[in-house]
Design a protein around this ligand. Structure first.
Ligand code: DGJ
Length: 730
């Protein structure tokens, strides 16, 4: 007894060794209400993705998924690694590629452990540790599931303890697989100034399709980081299997969609590695941005409603709060204003009935006055000629008129004609020995430099210190990065695109730490800048300078798949020749504002706008917080139609717009409504009726059942180009 028996240890050890392969056959489930991502650890401790799709009824059956479904064959070289590394077994596009401190370029990541933590009600984080068996190099894969919203966020952290720096050549956030479909249909977006969110849908062929941006600042000007992939056939509003996804990163991004030889669709997304090799020092953690995705088996409408619910609850600043209606002076004055003119506009804001007056570009610069767009950015001192009594007197006038006061800034930028440029040329992103290139006559400040971060933060802080009643900020960003070079970064030039974005986030963190609530509009001359990382700091974004209402119907329609109405700023302006009613009705399907000369409105137009603003305020709970059902697309019909149904189903607002001006076009048939309670009865009334005109839709009560089977004809035609209906449960 008590005597050590070596043979027992041998038996015990051999048991452990024999058991290891069996124990290693672990399945990790990342689950939301309707979707499951199933990962498997194989006998060699490799982690692969065996399933991503609608959840199986029985969790124990994920183990039955046959290898031919979940993996390739040895000879094909295809292997569904959950985070594909370069230079070892994988032969397809990697999610991560590195050069080790000793120059070796191979990486193999093996499963080590996992931790599952509940981080909120219905929110679970899974942290999977992978490690290279040869090099001291590790990656954590993070998955956060928002169970009720069917959303998953995925990202990684990367660390090593090698003797020297490791170069990260590619460092994606996520690596997904879609499997089992004969066809994959990519719905992507492209654009330019005033042409944002142009949609294209194509069948993916074998090989790699890349969606990316290399613009630096307003990174999604040409291509936003959001997309959809339908399985088998393009999903419609209410039918089909479709993935919605996007990267939460406000800079260069890259998404590879590779249809591999075995018909897996491999989706790899992250920061764009172009010109951005990252030198990672020993024991420093490199964190990749989050990649969000949601899978719907009920078409695009269901996916977008899930996304909106998630975004308003977790991703957009004050996403469940209220929003100000406003009058902006950009198009009514451009740079040409003085104190008296602005005070008149503030009075006009009250007359119109909006909550706030927003002073746009042109209020700053003295040595180099901001009288057009070729000077003064960086010199944020109030222009004494235009505004001899400063901003304070405008804020006071606004307060006396019972409206808030907001102001425009573009703090990341510098004009070559400015004191800032002369004083701190080293703060400017530009090549030391090359000719300067300008985008809208301006250059970008180097936010990788902490001193520049202090300066940019100071622009905002000083405004608040001098004007404590400031109620709103419009944060613009009109230039992209040319001639990428940072004096501050020295030998680490390839860090600039990444450090710029992280520098921006640092500034915004500080702004929000001190001014947590003040609404801020994220503007970049249009939709050149919106994603779910930066919306943490902003209450809303400006989708496009193009405010022609016909164009806006199409653009807002596409944006609405990814961003909710409460975050999407729509202004009534002088763009387009349509009547003010049409313009206002279009702008009302999001966050409403005006950028018009109120004084030029005739009496009826003014009365119409005043009433529409009252209607909007009364209905904002439905429009800004309701569920959006797209009823009839502008792409295929004369009339575009959509409805917002409030959370308890008591009220809804249906917008109907004519998008085809040819003879005879209009809504000939009733439009079937969605999202109502079939057993309830609703009073349908037309609102936003132009003064002295009769409504075209007679007020009447219908059952939800009728409205969702037969529908209602909004009688939109060449005489009534837009009709807005209010539905109230009775
Ligand atoms: C671009 C914005 O999109 C416009 O609304 C306006 O603010 C101008 N910049 C001002 O320069």
């Amino acid at each position: 007894m008590g005597k050590f028996k070596p043979y027992i240890l041998v038996i015990f050890l051999s048991l452990i060794i024999n058991l290891t392969p069996m124990m290693a056959q672990e399945i990790i489930l990342i689950k939301t209400k309707n979707t499951t991502l199933a990962l498997q650890v194989n006998t060699s401790n490799e982690l692969s993705t065996i399933y991503f799709g609608a959840s199986l009824d029985n969790d124990n059956e994920y183990g039955f998924i046959p290898p031919e479904y979940s993996q390739g064959t040895d000879y094909s070289g295809v292997y569904n690694a959950t985070y594909t590394s370069s230079g070892s077994k994988n032969l397809l596009e990697p999610a991560i590629a590195v050069t080790h401190a000793d120059g070796n370029t191979s990486l193999d990541l093996h499963y080590v452990s996992k931790t599952i933590t509940s981080i909120g009600e219905g929110i679970t984080q899974t942290d999977i540790l992978l490690r290279d068996p040869v090099y001291p190099f590790e990656v954590h894969l993070f998955y956060v599931t928002y169970f009720e919203n069917d959303i998953i966020e995925q990202w990684t952290t990367i660390k090593h303890s090698e003797k020297g720096e490791v170069i990260l050549n590619k460092f994606s956030s996520a690596n997904l697989y879609l499997k089992g479909s004969k066809e994959y249909w990519l719905n992507q977006y492209h654009g330019d100034w005033a042409q944002e969110m142009q949609s294209e849908e194509t069948r993916l062929t074998h090989g790699i399709k890349v969606l990316d941006s290399k613009l630096g600042t307003r990174a999604n000007l040409f291509q936003p980081p959001v997309f959809m992939v339908s399985l088998e056939t393009p999903a419609t509003e209410n039918e089909g299997f479709v993935l919605f996804a996007g990267l939460e990163w406000s800079g260069n991004f890259r998404t590879d969609l590779e249809l591999d030889p075995l018909n897996n669709l491999r989706i790899i997304s992250g920061i764009n590695n172009d010109a951005s090799n990252y030198r990672l020092a020993k024991n420093v953690i490199f964190k990749t941005p989050k990649f969000w995705f949601t899978l719907s088996s009920q078409g695009k409408g269901f996916a977008s409603r899930n996304l909106h619910n998630w975004a308003t609850k977790y991703k957009i600043l004050d996403g469940e709060g209220s929003r100000y209606t406003l009058l902006n002076n950009w198009e009514s004055t451009y740079f040409d204003f003085d104190e008296a003119k602005l005070k008149d506009l503030i009075v006009d804001s009250r007359r119109l009935g909006v909550d706030l007056f927003l002073l746009d570009d042109g209020w700053f610069g003295n040595d180099y006055p901001r009288n057009n767009d070729d000077a003064a950015l960086g010199d944020w001192d109030v222009n004494k000629k235009k505004l001899p009594n400063g901003i304070a007197t405008l804020v006071e006038t606004a307060t006396n008129n019972n409206v808030g006061f907001g102001i425009w800034i573009e703090p990341e930028m510098v004009s070559p004609e400015s004191n800032l440029y002369q004083k701190h040329p080293d703060w400017v992103i530009k090549q030391p020995d090359r000719e300067e290139h300008y985008f809208r006559n301006q250059l970008v400040l180097d936010l990788s430099n902490p001193k520049v971060q202090d300066f940019v933060y100071g622009v905002v802080d000083d405004l608040f210190i001098e004007n404590p009643d400031l109620a709103y900020i419009k944060w613009d960003c009109n230039a992209v990065i040319y001639n990428s070079y940072s004096k501050h970064l020295g030998a680490n030039q390839s860090h600039l695109y990444i450090d710029y974005v992280n520098g921006l986030y640092k500034v915004l963190e500080r702004v929000r730490a001190k001014y947590p609530k003040t609404p801020m509009m994220l503007c970049a001359g249009g939709g050149g800048r919106v994603d779910y990382a930066v919306l943490k700091y902003f209450t809303e974004f400006w989708p496009s300078d193009n405010t022609d209402p016909i164009e806006r119907i199409f653009m807002q329609w596409e944006y609405s798949y990814f961003y909710p109405a409460i975050a999407t700023v729509n202004h009534v302006t002088n763009w387009g020749k349509q009547p003010i009613k049409f313009k206002t009705d279009v702008a009302m399907m999001g966050k409403l504002g005006f950028d018009i000369v109120v004084e030029d409105l005739n009496e009826e137009d003014l009365e119409f706008c005043q009433n529409a603003i009252k209607n909007y305020s009364a209905l904002s709970n439905s429009i800004l917080h309701g569920a959006l059902y797209r009823l009839q697309s502008p792409l295929k019909n004369d009339v575009a139609s959509l409805i917002f149904v409030n959370k308890n189903g008591n009220e809804a607002v249906m917008f109907n717009y004519l998008v085809n001006n040819r003879y005879g076009s209009g809504s000939r048939n009733p439009i079937i409504i969605k999202g109502l309670d079939k057993d309830a009865h609703y009073l349908v009334e037309e609102i936003n009726v132009y003064p002295n005109k009769e409504p075209v839709v007679i007020s009447k009560a219908y059952s939800g059942d009728f409205l969702m089977k037969i529908g209602i004809n909004p009688h939109v035609n060449l005489n009534n180009t837009s009709v807005v209906l209010k539905l109230t449960r009775i």
